[in-house]
Design a binder for this molecule. Sequence first.
Ligand SMILES: Cc1ncc(COP(=O)(O)O)c(C=O)c1O
Length: 389
Amino acid sequence: MLARRMDRVTASAIMELIKTTAAGSYISFASGLPDPALFPAETLATLTEQTLTQDGRAALQYGPAEGYPPLREAVAELLRRRGFRATPDHVLITNGSQQALDLAARLLLNPGDTVALENPSYLAAVQAFDSYEARYRTLPLDEAGMCLDTLPTLLAGRPRLLYTLPNFQNPTGLTLSPERRQRLAELAAGAGVLVLEDDAYHDLSYEGEAPQPVCSLAENPAAIYTGTFSKTVAPGLRVGYLCAAPPLVERLAQLKQITDLHTGSLTQRVVYRYITDGHLEPGIEILRQTYRARRDVMLAALDAELSDCAEWTRPRGGMFVWVRLPPGCRAGEILKRALALGVVFVPGSSFHPESGGENTLRLNFVSSTEEKIRAGIPLLARAIREVLA
Ligand SMILES: Cc1ncc(COP(=O)(O)O)c(C=O)c1O
């Protein structure tokens, strides 16, 4: 009865897990959520009131599909600071960067087309690609991010797009080295393969500024870069963006119009004021300080509890630590014991587009306080030791 593409659209195991544990008294390292205690609610309340008082009629009216023009200019300015030669015509404002990923996939993928991507990768992007009946070719990751050894061969097979998360990747926390960025940009441009770069965590960088985006490193008209205010302001606003060559932006805006006409006029204006009134930079600094300290607490707790039987990434930004257990040790089994002990995480196999990763798990280090992290990691370690025994 439903369209064939719905065959691969299923409830996410992660969302189910997060839903069932949200109500209980679990210590949760499972979610993909930022800490709501750090949302700038009072500032947003003031800015919303100002927006409604000062330009309420326009803020409540329909707007252009491409986005509120002053916000497009403000985003272009942010992008220029990241190394792009961006004008407002390069920017499409989207309902979170998830919509940017979906629009890009809808623009590019015919059923059966190949997407090249990291293994593991961001689950909700894979779900978007699934809904357009994509097939996958995967690239492994090491400490310096995506491994490029097999990339030339893979690109020669002409995938429709290459999806990459070079900064503080969700789920592994890994970052692509500057040398590999340059090479990736050049190889993809040379092969004429479209790069879809997801930089949702760019500003959550805890060791200096994040490296320059791949899409800004080579002249490639086939590049779509996505970003968001979800991690730096608040995800409930649903304001993200993409940056691409103006002819691509035009086509993507046509799709956006079909989907939802445009992103909310009021929220776009509130985000615009948040940026131009000077709240963004200080807000990011608070997030960096708080999240950096939580990361350090989690890494120290892992060092103390698990160094004899597991290894994990040491992320320079973002929200996640990725833990690898000895082969044969199944994270699904550990999760059952962890739930009984009151702690929850996401098994890493969920993030593998095809299969694998049964001995891996993802831990969110930003959504719990330092005390909760200190209390939760020993419980997780106990669950792991019970399974290993
Ligand atoms: C890597 C990555 N990309 C994109 C998104 C989508 O976020 P949003 O739609 O809120 O911008 C997320 C959200 O968790 C993410 O982790």
